[in-house]
Design a protein around this ligand. Structure first.
Ligand code: IPD
Ligand code: CA
Ligand code: CA
Length: 257
């Protein structure tokens, strides 16, 4: 494959270093038209990542949260979220991430996520293992939940669903972080709301390389070429061990149509 994953890891680490040094706890948010938050940091880091990608891989396409898409019909498409968890970032909370995914012919092939405050890098290449820094990781095996087991859920989940999980539920504040903690087996599973493609492209490569699956809560997921056009997923999903996700789906009930 044409992608140098060590280079992608270095870019994500460098982006994280820049965010910590020049922006974290130093910027104020603005509201976008969809009312979500954005800062000068989100735009500056996306621009910097795009500059690296264009310099090294000039024929590749790019889709990212803060700028226009380029070349979505090309063999390779980069899917980038310069800060996943901007709301946590502007609140001074630690759980936010730089997320870089790469698709080839519409299939996710590389995922790199850096959590700068924690100094952690999670990464995987399709067909290989998933790693937390240099340690191979695996999703948790399916087991009846104990009182200290936990799953991650979206911060707005309670508005539309009830959940009867017997363990604990946590809101990490970053879908990318949800994927990392599922891949590492710390979170037994995660429910991800109707995410955008840049929230999940890298994370799903890592979860799948760690032995996990992505299971739609309702209906079916289209292929990635369709998802790139839709941008937002048509349904919430559950990620985790193949024998765990259906159990989590059974604990969830929709209360708002
Ligand atoms: C958000 C985070 C958050 C999730 C939102 C996403 P952003 O991404 O992943 O955890 O609940 O749906 O939009 O906007 O901070 O990149
Ligand atoms: Ca995001
Ligand atoms: Ca973002």
């Amino acid at each position: 494959m044409e992608i140098d994953v060590a280079l992608v890891r270095a870019w994500a680490q460098r982006a994280g270093d820049m965010l910590l040094r020049s922006y974290f706890n130093q910027v104020s948010p603005e509201r976008k038209l969809d009312r979500s938050l954005v800062t000068a940091a989100d735009r500056a880091i996306e621009d910097w990542l795009r500059d690296q990608i264009v310099a090294y891989y000039p024929h590749h396409g790019i889709i990212g949260e803060e700028r226009e898409s380029v070349g979505l019909d090309r063999e390779y498409v980069w899917v980038i979220d310069p800060i996943d968890g901007t709301s946590s970032f502007v609140s001074g909370l630690p759980m936010w991430a730089v997320s870089i995914g790469v698709l080839r012919h519409g299939q996710p092939v590389v995922g790199v996520i850096v959590l700068p405050v924690l100094g952690d890098c999670y990464w995987a290449v399709v067909g290989g293992q998933a790693f937390w820094n240099d340690t191979p990781i695996q999703v948790a095996p399916p087991q009846p939940p104990g009182p200290n087991d936990w799953i991650a859920i979206p911060s707005t989940f309670h508005r539309a669903y009830t959940i009867h999980y017997p363990g604990k539920v946590r809101v990490l504040g970053s879908v990318a972080a949800d994927c990392c903690y599922v891949a590492r087996g710390q979170a037994k599973a995660a429910i991800i709301g109707r995410a955008k493609v840049w929230d999940v492209a890298a994370g799903w490569v890592i979860v799948q390389a760690a032995g996990g699956v992505v299971c739609p809560l309702e209906g079916e997921l289209p292929d990635w070429l369709t998802l790139l056009q839709m941008v937002r997923l048509p349904t919430a999903v559950v990620i985790g061990h193949p024998h765990q996700v259906s159990q989590v789906c059974a604990w969830v009930k929709r209360i708002v149509p």
